[in-house]
Design a protein around this ligand. Structure first.
Ligand code: ATP
Ligand code: LTN
Length: 327
């Protein structure tokens, strides 16, 4: 069985970008692989988080994992901060990382641009992410397109460690499909849809009420044409909506083009809203039940117990190889 590992930051309400790029893949992969799905709270604090909001979002994202269909008897679901080995291996790998490598990270450049003071954690975050992955000797990493560069760095760090201290870390591979890699903002198709965007009209949250979903989609920016045709270069807004449609309706782009030929954007957007509601409403219903039941704490405890066994073993071996004295 391959080992699969991924994580989502509890930095806000999950969007359909997170669902398409990450969460829906987790659900699929859990059947045939040994899976580790984290809520990466140590990553979330690289941007300021109110303690109460961090607590609420961590529980909310955990409940959404379950509501979306991750089965805790198949996959280990846990909070990154529950396993100290993440921070520990994170530090060890930070000492193997070059400034130049981190300076090249586009996510760092995006998130720090225009800010007066930039936290060091935001800069060194990719080394912590590498630790998350290498701790479990993971083979496959299901993530969106924005994380590609971080996976490349993880591979470089694994290679660097292995050449200096002997073959140890498994080389992880990116798991991504073409259409789902990058869902764009509803108000600006040149920007990635993001849960921490201050404008809620830019994203659809997985927990948005059906009427909110309908309203946001009817107001989503499009070009002034009327042809539902997949042309990311010249019609990026419609291409983005078609990608979302294709994922939720499980229809190919060609089928969507054929269905809306000669109909204009109105009916297409309306149907897209109903496709989203059909998938998200049952998830929202389960989410409410899960929050009420209080089952999340037990799931996270079990997940952390399972994951800690592997994480502790890996960090111990990495320390031995680096020359730390071990009792
Ligand atoms: P933030 O705005 O706080 O940075 P985010 O919405 O970008 O958050 P992350 O927690 O950074 O979300 O990402 C979790 C996972 O979801 C990652 O695998 C990421 O690649 C994926 N993802 C996030 N946004 C999108 C998107 N717009 N399209 C496809 N995948 C996405
Ligand atoms: N950096 C990722 C979240 C993340 C992650 C990971 C993803 C942290 N550790 C390990 C995959 C594997 C992001 O989405 N911002």
């Amino acid at each position: 069985m391959k080992r699969v590992l991924s994580g989502i930051q509890p930095s806000g309400q999950l969007t359909i970008g997170n669902y398409i790029g990450a969460l829906s893949k987790f659900v699929k992969l859990q059947h045939d692989n040994r899976c580790f799905f984290m809520i990466v709270d140590l990553h979330a604090i690289t941007q300021p988080q109110e303690p109460e909001a961090l607590r609420e979002q961590s529980e909310s994202v955990s409940a959404l994992y379950l509501a979306a269909g991750i089965d805790p008897s198949k996959a280990s679901i846990f909070l990154q901060s529950h396993i100290p080995a993440h921070a520990e291996l994170g530090w060890l790998l930070t000492t193997l990382t070059y400034m130049g490598e981190l300076e090249r990270m586009t996510q760092f450049k995006d998130k720090s641009s225009g800010k007066e003071s930039i936290g060091v954690g935001l800069f060194t975050y990719p080394s912590l992410m590498a630790a998350d992955i290498l701790l479990y000797q993971a083979d496959l990493i299901p993530v969106g397109d924005d994380q590609k560069q971080h996976i490349e760095l993880t591979r470089d760090l694994a290679h660097r460690f292995n050449s200096r201290f002997g073959e140890f870390f498994t080389m992880p591979e990116l798991y991504m499909d073409e259409l789902g890699g990058r869902v764009m903002s509803l108000d600006d198709a040149s920007k990635k849809m993001s849960k921490s965007n201050p404008n809620p009209a830019s994203f659809i949250a997985m927990l948005d009420e059906p009427d909110v979903i309908r309203k946001k989609l009817s107001r989503a920016v499009t070009d002034s044409g009327r042809e539902v045709k997949y042309d990311p270069q010249n019609k990026p807004e419609i291409a983005n909506l078609m990608g979302i449609y294709s994922h939720f309706a499980e229809m190919s782009i060609a089928e969507i083009e054929a269905r809306y030929e000669g109909q204009g954007y109105g009916p297409f957007k309306k149907d897209l809203a109903e496709q989203l509601v059909a998938v998200l409403e049952p998830i929202q219903q389960r989410y409410r039940e899960i929050r009420k039941s209080g089952e999340v704490a037990g799931v996270l405890k079990k997940g952390a117990e399972e994951a800690a066994v592997i994480a502790n073993e890996t960090v111990l071996e990495a320390k031995k190889r680096m020359g730390f004295l071990i009792n």
